[in-house]
Design a binder for this molecule. Sequence first.
Ligand code: ADP
Ligand code: MG
Length: 705
Amino acid sequence: MNREIELKIVDLDCPDCAASLEKGISRLKGVKNCSLEFATGKINLSIDNQIIDREKVIKEISRLGHVAVDKSAGGHEVSETKGRGSLARLKDILLMVAVTAMLIEIALSVFDQPGYLQIIFSVTAILTGGLFIFRSAFYALKNLTADMNLLMSLAVIGAVIIGEWSEAAVTIVLFSIANYLEGRSVRKAHRAFKSLTEQIPHEIEMETADGPQRVRLEDLKQGDIILLKPGMTCPTDCEIAEGTAYINQAAVTGESMPVSKTEGDKLLGGSINTDGFLKARVLKPFSDSTLTRIMHMVEEAASRKSRLASIVDRFAKVYTPIVVGIAILVFAIPVLFFHGAFETWFYRALVFLVISCPCALVISTPVAVICGLTRSARGGILIKGGVFLEKLANVRAVLFDKTGTLTEGRFGVVHVVSLDGHSSDNIIALAASVEQFSEHPIAGAILEHARSMKIKPFESRDFRAFPGEGARAQIEGSQYTIGSHRFFHDSDITDVELHKKVTDFEDKGYSLVLLARDDRLIGAIALADMAKSESAEAIAELYQSGISESVMLTGDNARTAESIAEQLGIRHVESQLLPEEKSKLVQKYREKYGLVAMVGDGINDAPALALADVGIAMGTGGSDLAIEAADVAIIGDNPKMVPKSIKLSRRTLGIIKFNIVFSLLVKFIFMILAGLGLATLWMAVFADMGTSLLVIANSLRLLQK
Ligand code: ADP
Ligand code: MG
C-alpha cells in the first residue's frame, strides 16, 4: 500500500543541497515521487508501507546529513527550532574555530613563521571548516551525484595534494562562511513570509460565564466571543457582536485607510482595532482563518516553479558537468600534449571545479520569487505561484467585469416606471416577488427597496434564473419576467413614452430592468450603481504602465455601460454579454493582444477567469471559493491593486532577470581568468560567495517598504 507523506527539512541552506538530498531520498527502497522544494523545505513523497515507514525516512534523512520534522505530527514549530538549534550551534562553533585558525595561519605566513606551524593551523581550519562539507560530499558521492560540496571538497583535496595548504584552508573557510551567510539570508526571506501572521498574539481574552479569561488562539471555537481592546489585532475571522471601531485591514487587504465597522460587520483575522472596544464572535477557528490560509497558499505558491526557475534548474544540471569536463580538459590537454607544467594546470583545473558550482545561479530565482510573493501578500494580493508572477509581468490587456469589480456592486432603485395602469408600488411588489429567490445584486436592491417602502412581495412559484439576462416566476397564474433589454429584445418596446424614458436613464449610467406579465411589458426599474472611487485611477495607472488595452465586460446594456466607461476612462466596452460570451471574448482578446488578465468578482465570472492567462478575483474578502478558483486573489476590493500587482510582478521579474544574467556573467569572467591563470582558488570562491549574496540581497530589496 502506498501512502503520501509530507515532511519538512529544517536546515536547508542551499538549493544544490536540496537537489542532492531529493535524489538521495528518491533512491531509498519503497520511496516514490519524492519532491523537495528548496524554498520552503517541504518534502512530499509516497512510501510503500510494507518496505519503509515515516520514522525510517526521517532517520535516513538524518543519515544524509539533514534534519527532518514531521509536519503532520503537530507541534512541529517547536521541534523545528529545536532541530535546527543544536546542529546550528555546532556549525557556528566549528565555523568560528575555522575562521580563527585561518586568520592565525595567514598571520603566520605574513610574518614568515615556520612552515610546520602554518600547516598545523591550515589543517585545523580545513577540518573544522570543512567537516560538514566533507560529510555532505561523502553522501553525494554515495548517491552518485556531483553537488557543490563534492566539487568543493575535490578542489580542496587537490590543493592539499599539490601542497597549497593555505589556499585549501582559505577556500574551504570562505565557502563555509558563504554557506552560513546564504542560509541566514534565505531564512530571512522565509521569516518574512512567516511574519505575515506573526503580528498576531498567541493568546486572547475570551468572554466566559465566569468573566473574561485568557485562552490560546488554537482553542478558539466558532461562536466564542472575544474581547478586542483598542490597538489589538483580531486573531481570526470574526463578526462584531458589540461595539463600533475604525478597523485597519492593511495586513490582509493592503488597504491602509481604516474603515468604520460596527455590529454585524465582518472582521478578518489580522485586521487591527484602532480605537474602539469590540466584542467579536468567532466565525472560523484560527487554523482556518483567512490570514492563516493566505500564508499556506503563499507557501504553496512558492513551491510551484515558475517557467524561468525551471529553465534555470535545467541549465544548472548541464552546466556543472560541462564545467567539470572543461576542468579535466584544462588539466589534461596542456599536460599530455603540450608539456604543460603539472602543478600549474592542475591548479587551474581546480579553479574550474570551484567555478562549476552553480550556487548563485540556482538561488537567483527562488529567493526573488519568495520575496515577490511575500511582498504582494502583505499588500493583500495573493499570487498563486511564480508562474503567475511571470505572466502578470507580461500581461498586455486587462479585461474587467463591470458590476462589483469596477463599480460598488451595490445597486439602489432610483426610479420606477409603470405602464398599463399599474401603480409603482405594484411594480415593485411584483418585481420583488420574482426576485425573492435570486442572488443577483439587482434582485437584492429591489427587495431592499420593497422593504424600505413597506411593500410586501406576493407568493411566487416556479422561479427560474437566466444568468446574465434575468429571472422568471409564476404569480397567481400569470408568468412574470424581469430582466435586461436583451432578454426582451429591444424592438419589443413599442411604447414611445417608455422608450424615451428608458434611453434617458441609460444615458445617465443607470442599469435598467424591464418587467413583463406574460408577453406584455408592464414596467421598468432604473437602478444606480456607483463606480468605485479608485476605478478611474486604476485604469489610468494601467494605461500609464504600458498595458495595451483595458476593456470593460458587462451583461448590462450598451448605453449604461458606455456611460460608466466614460466616467472611468476605459476606451473599450463590450456590453450585453451572457456569461459564456464573456469567455469567448477572453479568447478573442488573447488572440489579439497575447497575454490577457481577467479581473472579476470571482464566483459568477469563473469561466472567464479560468480561460484568461491570469484570472484575478477581486473583493474575495476571504471567501474560500473565490480565493481557490483564481490565479491571483485580491482580498480587498480596491481595483488599484490590479496595476499594483502588475508593477510588483514586473519588478520581481526584473530582479530575477538581473540575478540570472549577473551570476552567469561572473562565472563567465572567472572562466576566462582561470584559463589565463589569473584567478586563484580563493578568488573563485569569493566571487561565487559574493555573487550569491548579492543576488539574495537584490531579491530581499523586494521586501523593503
Ligand atoms: P454583469 O455582467 O454586469 O456582472 P450580469 O451578467 O449579472 O451583469 O447581468 C447582466 C444583466 O442581466 C443585468 O444588467 C440585468 O439587466 C440582467 N439580469 C440578470 N439577472 C437579473 C435578475 N435576477 N433580475 C433582473 N435583471 C437581471
Ligand atoms: Mg458580475
